[in-house]
Design a protein around this ligand. Structure first.
Ligand SMILES: C[S@@+](CC[C@H](N)C(=O)[O-])C[C@H]1O[C@@H](n2cnc3c(N)ncnc32)[C@H](O)[C@@H]1O
Length: 162
């Protein structure tokens, strides 16, 4: 799966869900970069689970001043331009490889399989205070417009006493 950056953060199985984000991640990224340049800061970006990294190639070639790191569980698919910026590590062990409070933006699009909770804990660890992270993936409730009562009951009824 190679998702264009503009489609990052979109929940693929819950298009109508009230919880599905509706940002254009590429636009968000460019705005944050423009803001950082204006303030004379460098931008640090982490993508957890990059696949081949193809989706980052154009953006990183055009913006070589961005400090980008991508993680993957296997580097055999990586495009050559992304290889030097990739590290092999699971979403649960970011803290072993990356400094705390480092990143301005952390994103993961279908890249934290089976480790969603550990990923969140690690993301908070590596994210700078006051900065933002976007995580979408298989841990998102399936086909889940939570506004539908039947779905709400199925997932949360036992705790809500329904
Ligand atoms: C389905 S691809 C998604 C690639 C890319 N994010 C995209 O949307 O095009 C999954 C990627 O996430 C990585 N991955 C899956 N589960 C992971 C986990 N628990 N921790 C770290 N990486 C993971 C895989 O190695 C692979 O690079």
């Amino acid at each position: 799966m190679d998702t264009p950056l503009s489609r990052y953060t979109f929940c693929q199985s819950c298009q109508d869900s009230a919880s599905a984000l509706r940002i254009d991640f590429e636009e968000y990224l460019n705005n944050k970069l423009a803001q950082a340049r204006k303030e004379g800061r460098e931008l640090y970006v982490l993508d957890i689970g990059i696949g081949s990294g193809w989706q980052w190639k154009k953006f990183l070639l055009e913006n070589p001043d961005v400090n980008f790191i991508g993680t993957t569980l296997g580097d055999y698919l990586l495009v050559p331009e992304i290889k030097p910026r990739a590290i092999l590590c699971s979403a649960a062990e970011l803290h072993k490889h990356l400094a705390p409070d480092l990143f301005d933006i952390v994103v993961s699009h279908y890249g934290t399989h089976k480790q969603e909770m550990e990923a969140l804990e690690n993301i908070v660890h590596v994210l700078k205070e006051g900065c933002e992270a976007f995580v979408s993936g298989s841990g998102t409730l399936e086909y889940a417009p939570l506004v539908e009562l039947s779905v709400f009951e199925r997932w949360f009824g036992q705790w809500a006493g329904m």
